[in-house]
Design a protein around this ligand. Structure first.
Ligand SMILES: [Zn+2]
Ligand SMILES: [Zn+2]
Length: 170
């Protein structure tokens, strides 16, 4: 049997579609497991907070999907954490005419695929501790935000670097 949270993501669309203009609010927290979100950066439950508004030919879903994350800074590897929030503005249709729309199947609107996609997109984002993070020295590994080193890591222009090894034959 499905977890209750998983069931909370499946909405009776028939009822909503009978009353165009009607709005239903869904506010749930689900585990990554319930959403089939397997990601190293996920650090807690995913919050789904959306309004479902019935139209004549479908249901518009608007709101936010928020995922807590924890991952190292891309440059200095310091452990960081936060909550990433994706803005949701999606359409569900019984007869999918809009190519970006999600299907309403058996009278049910399933928020899971939409929330899953939004959460994964947010979790894939690489993070920096700060925009100007100096990162680690590629040679000795010191954190250049904290200390400096004497390594010569001046980046050579690759085009000229290639010529360095070239022996001219004249
Ligand atoms: Zn950093
Ligand atoms: Zn160094």
């Amino acid at each position: 049997m499905d977890a209750p949270t998983k069931r909370a993501l499946r909405i009776n669309a028939i009822e909503l579609l009978r009353q165009p203009g009607a709005v239903k609010t869904v506010d749930v927290e689900v585990s990554g497991e319930d959403l089939d979100v397997v990601h190293d950066a996920l650090a807690g439950d995913i919050a789904i907070e959306v309004d479902l508004e019935a139209l004549n030919d479908g249901i518009v879903v608007r709101g936010h999907v928020a995922a807590p994350w924890a991952r190292p800074c891309r440059r200095c590897l310091k452990q960081l954490s936060g909550v990433a929030s994706a803005t949701i503005d999606e359409l569900y249709q019984v007869e999918v005419l809009d190519e970006d729309a999600y299907p309403i199947e058996d009278g049910q609107l399933d928020l899971a695929p939409m929330a899953r996609q939004a959460a994964l997109l947010e979790l894939d984002d690489e993070r920096l501790c700060r925009e100007a993070c100096a990162g680690l020295c590629p040679q000795c590994g010191v954190d250049r935000n904290v200390e400096s080193c004497a390594c010569d890591t001046e980046v050579k222009d690759h085009r000229w670097a290639a010529l360095d090894g070239l022996v001219l034959d004249d």
